[in-house]
Ligand binder design. Structure first.
Ligand SMILES: NC(=O)c1ccc[n+]([C@@H]2O[C@H](COP(=O)([O-])OP(=O)(O)OC[C@H]3O[C@@H](n4cnc5c(N)ncnc54)[C@H](O)[C@@H]3O)[C@@H](O)[C@H]2O)c1
Length: 443
């Protein structure tokens, strides 16, 4: 037993325990390292050999601020135990977290291949006392039941509870979000499972709520789809602003002062992107349809968002004319991550390339991943290199270093004067006074 302190600065006694995470991605690895750092013994099962080799050396295979030092420290101390073995981790752990990927399927549904495979593997390797199987992956309502069925099919004698515990961390802030979660949702009707998990999470000082498994599964999709909806909403308002001479930034200022609405989380741009929002909105739309709710908000939101990158690529191509070159800065869906999954920049650039526009790209962290996805573009190692002889410049992601751009220097290196500001980071008046032709989303 160790004393820790919760949010109200009250000492909290927690029993250090052996737990197991399956999947060393953004969610699994971050949680495993944070819980290991709190003194738990954490087995981390990972199928990808390259990732596993790095982890065993105490190296984080993905970039997240603060993650590499946590991994190095906890692996060295023997608190974090990366492995490909299933038997010992499952036998020794009472709590087993599932944090594998749920990518988008061919019809927009959540692809549950990895989840089903893991359920099977848990069943095959099950031994020891009663366990809690905690689903941290984002999965459609009803999946906890499916996992339960699949484990039982492999091992009818296994004693366990399947709990839904959705994850809300944000890439780029995964470690701080995990150390201080906004909330912990524990979806289970078992008070035994709830109390075990509550005691594991208590040191984090977050509000902990107990819901049904179905509610927990829906909470995750509702949360991501609501945030995506705010982006989709302001993107729609931006289109109207562009047609009428209004400015979406001024509209946001006026909107946000209403306390029912708030001034936070308004991001007009070329659509929401990233690994989670696009796939989760699409999957929610499929769940609505499967439930007989054919006409629903989320199908339209997904469709409008998918159309957005090509819409802006077309607008820019119309302005530029033929045989032109565009520099594109910012490829990841948000700053602070190297993850390119679901980035709208990819679709925007593909649409430009299709129109015969030469594209020169730069991103502070995303270039290695971008090289695996993008073809027909020039990869550059700096802003200065990307803008060389470019007819236009598009800034798609709000990396802080772009705020420090020396516009006079950029103007000298560019052939043209056109600047497209997808994230409304820059002041139109200032850039215009320097002789640049500014256009931003929603203006
Ligand atoms: N990335 C985020 O910001 C985020 C935030 C909240 C929720 N989520 C959800 O959490 C889940 C995981 O997301 P992620 O970004 O961490 O995924 P990821 O793709 O980065 O990581 C998944 C890991 O699981 C491993 N894996 C797959 N099958 C395995 C198996 N059978 N055995 C062992 N390892 C296996 C993969 O090799 C991979 O390393 C998804 O459902 C996602 O929607 C992600």
């Amino acid at each position: 037993m160790t004393s820790l302190y919760n949010k109200k600065n009250k000492a909290v006694k927690t029993k250090k325990t052996s737990i197991c995470f399956i999947g060393a991605g953004y969610v699994g690895l971050t949680w495993a390292a944070v819980l290991a750092n709190l003194g738990n013994w954490v087995f981390l099962i990972e199928a990808n050999q390259e990732k596993l080799d790095q982890l065993k050396l105490g190296q984080a295979p993905i970039y997240e601020p603060g993650l590499s030092s946590l991994v190095k420290k906890t692996v060295k101390k023997g608190q974090l135990l990366p492995t490909s073995d299933w038997q010992k981790p499952i036998k020794k752990s009472q709590i087993i977290f599932v944090a594998v990927g749920t990518p988008v399927g061919d019809k927009g549904q959540a692809d549950l291949t990895q989840i089903k495979q893991v359920a099977k593997q848990i069943g095959q390797n099950f031994s020891g006392d009663k366990k809690i199987i905690v689903n941290k992956s984002t999965v459609p309502v009803g999946t906890a039941w499916l996992v339960e069925k699949l484990i039982k099919k492999e091992n009818p004698n296994a004693k366990f509870e399947v709990v839904s515990c959705p994850e809300f961390l944000r890439e780029g802030q995964a470690v701080t979000d995990t150390q201080k979660p906004s909330r912990v949702v524990i979806g289970t009707s078992s008070s035994w499972a709830f109390n075990q998990l509550k005691s594991l999470f208590l040191p984090l000082g977050a509000p902990i709520i107990n819901t049904s498994r179905e509610s927990a599964e829906i909470i995750k999709y509702a949360a991501n789809s609501y945030l995506a909806l705010r982006v989709g909403f302001i993107d729609q308002v931006s289109l109207l602003c562009e047609k009428t001479g209004a400015d979406v930034c001024q509209v946001i200022e006026g909107l946000g002062l209403d306390p029912r609405i708030g001034g936070h989380y308004w991001y007009p741009g070329i659509g929401y992107g990233g690994y989670c929002f696009p796939k989760d909105v699409a999957a929610l739309a499929v769940t609505f349809k499967k439930t007989g709710l054919e006409k629903n908000l989320f199908s339209l939101l997904d469709q409008l968002n998918q159309e957005r990158p090509a819409l802006y690529a077309q607008k820019l191509a119309d302005c530029l004319g033929e045989n032109k070159t565009m520099a594109v800065l910012g490829l990841t869906a948000k700053p602070g991550t190297a993850d390119m999954r679901g980035s709208q920049a990819v679709y925007f650039i593909e649409a430009l390339v299709k129109k015969g526009i030469g594209v020169r790209v730069f991103d502070p962290m995303g270039i290695p991943e971008a090289k695996k996805i993008l073809t027909g573009v020039s990869f550059c190692s700096s802003v200065e290199e990307a803008v060389k002889k470019a007819d236009a410049l598009a800034i798609l992601c709000e990396w802080p270093e772009f705020k420090k751009i020396d516009w006079l220097k950029i103007k000298k290196r560019m052939r043209g004067r056109f600047i497209f500001d997808a994230k409304r980071m820059f002041d139109k008046k200032k850039l215009s006074s320097l002789g640049l032709k500014y256009w931003g989303v929603g203006i």
